[in-house]
Design a protein around this ligand. Sequence first.
Ligand code: F6R
Length: 605
Amino acid sequence: MCGIVGHLGPSNSVDIVLEGLRRLEYRGYDSAGITFLNNDGQLETVKKTGKIENLAGELKNVNTESMASIGHTRWATHGGVTDLNSHPHSYGHLSMVHNGIIENADDLRDELIKNGFEFKSETDSEVFLILVYSLLEKLSLKEAILKAFKMVDGNSAFVFINEKSREIFAIKRAAPLVCGTHATNSQAVLSSDPYALIGAADRIYFPEDGVLCHLSASNKELISFYDLDGNPSSDYKSQSQEMEYDPSDKGDYEHYMLKEIYEQPGLMRSLCQFYFDGDGKKLLKEASELKPERFHISACGTAFYAGLLVRDYLEGINRIPCVYELGSEFRYRNPILKKGDVSLFISQSGETADTLASQGECKEKGVPTVSLVNVEGSSLFRGCDYNLLIRAGVEIGVASTKAFTQMALTGRLLSHALSPDYGDTDKEKILVDKFSLLAERVDDVLHRVDVIKKIAEEIYNKKGYFFTGRGQYYPVALEGALKLKEIAYVHAEGYAAGELKHGPIALIDEEMVNIAVVGPELKDKTISNIQEIKARKGIIVGIGPKDRSLEKISDFFIELNFDGLDELSPIYVNVVNQLLSYYMAKFKGTDIDKPRNLAKSVTVE
Ligand code: F6R
């Protein structure tokens, strides 16, 4: 989704911002732009729809020497994908970028138009810029931003650059924002994603909501913070920047998604190491001290489906009841939150607005909050009482793969921490061995990828796809269908295998494919469900254990060995679904790492 980068320092500001924007590319966007303070002390803006390379191409035609600049990648919400709607927006001596949504933009715009101001774009963002400008007659820029901020509704981050003095202001409400400084390079930077700051900052600051960050060349510290009344504020967290940027890119892989699928066995193995022998021990101990009578699980998309597996662990192994709800629905259902409840949020980015909204609701109601999260230091991480890191590393492919696996496995570790087996070294060894067995089996699937590729080639051009599974395989049927939709742009649905006959079976004909996940549990019943599809000429891709009747009924068959995997089996099957989607998308020729219309981190509700 939208990305922000800003820089102020002795040199090459535009290069640094452009590099930052490139690092945010994976989040999804449809236009990009930069405003910089040029050698004549004037703000100059270049913005273009399409890829960052279009912007970089335009920038080659101008002298970009600059010591202060702000940049943005836009994922359109208010107003079409046009150069004019792209950010930064400018008015007078100000330029601004914005992430998020201003909910009362229409009312404010009407008022400003009445007062004689003219708008160039269709965006809600420009409303904030002009609102600030309109207040400058009586107020300083700092005061005007603070006043305007109090007048807007919704979750947003705003960043301003001022032509009159080499300074940048930033402020946010429930939207990601991080600032940083580099002691030796005397530069200050900011972004919506710490990933953009790696190398550019050695100390980073996470401001709380409503804290105004002021980056100024005339300030010895380079950054200062103010509260909503304009007084100095210490309401931010500061830490040294320890993330590493690995520009090794895709290595020998054609896409990040494929690379990330192949990283999974290694990540599975190192997760146990982290939690049983490494720094994660402390986190697991904290989790083991929770006394949940009931869990509320909330997440979005792939993270939600991983949450369904986590629910199966917590209910099946621990017998702790779980209520689960999509992040976007949670607080609007007026959830019943009781004493003894614990809320669990699952997220790769830790910045998903809907998940954060659910977390905010639980926090407000005094329910302890726990996260399974990938990005340390993200808003979810900072907002929760307890965090278990899923340790997936940076996930660049927009379609989530390795994060799903790590979420489910970390959920299994949470279930272990809450069980009587916690602290029993023999029992722990059994669990670690099971994780290793899973890694081995996934390795084996990755070595047999040619079978999956061949099937993908046979089925990629069919009319529609049903992923089905029962019991613990139902969540991976949902996730399989989501993956295929996202990257191959075909219609796919996930169904509980027993449910197709209650309606969707009307769609089955010789052009419809049923990707049927069959585990050792409920095997015969699931095979009966597949018979119903076969009888109506549907094409069957069977994924399951060696079984004569399953092989016979399948037009294509992928044999898996479930022995000893038990509750980890769905994660194993899911890797097959990931590869199937990947190769179908490849045969279709889509943009696999950056599928159309999608954003990696969805920071609007
Ligand atoms: C699917 C996908 C999305 C995310 C969802 C939540 O491949 O990536 O469905 O899973 O937007 O994102 P996080 O996990 O960052 O909260």
